[in-house]
Write a protein that binds this ligand. Sequence first.
Ligand code: HEC
Length: 232
Amino acid sequence: MSRRFLLAFATVGFATAQTAPKQQTVWDGVYTDAQATRGEMAFSRSCANCHALATEGKIPLVGDLFWKSFSQKTVGELLEYVSNNMPNGAPRSLSGDAYQDIVAAMLKSNGFPAGATEVASNMVADAQIIPKDGSTKLPANALVRIVGCLAKSGTDWVVSSATSPERAERARPVGEDATHALGNRTIRLKFVLTKLDPLVGSRVAIEGLLIGADGEDGINVTNVTRVAPKCP
Ligand code: HEC
């Protein structure tokens, strides 16, 4: 009797894990065509003096620059950035609807598909901005954070068992760096100004700018923190 109960319980647990919702992305249709059209008009009035909704022109908001600033962030963060900082010199001067419409126009210009729901602050908070192939690699010059074991390789500092570079700005639960699983990368540290010898063999968090896409040529280090005395 009790054994059957346990089995039933285990099955329920399994079913729940199977149907856990997958994170929404910009490829799921998070704006409508009508909204993007309104956004293009608002953009010409309030943004076009300084920006182009194209890959070239004045501070372009499409293509490489868009990816450099916003890949791995969410549409909610893009909306927040634009509302809190733009138009440059007059942040928060447009209505909430106008900002949402303009973000829809930006998504359309960057090639993401329209859908049946509009960009609205409560709808897009978790919609991730990632390339269609799902790659989570960040472009060169992005400000990132990695966690791993500090070591020396010849005359260079490296981080072994390193996690993949993530946006440094992402909010992290306190203590997460000390406990989460490490990765399998070895990432070179460049332009290290502080003396790191006392940290060899410890678990460190590194912040800095990616040199080469995905940090293939290393990280230009701005900050080193010891998060645990032992590593891995
Ligand atoms: C008076 C000129 C001006 C106006 C008008 C303006 N911007 Fe900007 N915008 C800038 C400047 C300058 C930057 C770069 C700021 C920085 O890097 O600190 C910028 C940066 C941005 C970025 C970040 C670009 C990136 O690749 O990191 C976005 C997105 C943006 N603006 C959107 C808008 C939107 C949407 C509007 C209209 C609501 C707007 N801007 C109006 C001058 C302007």
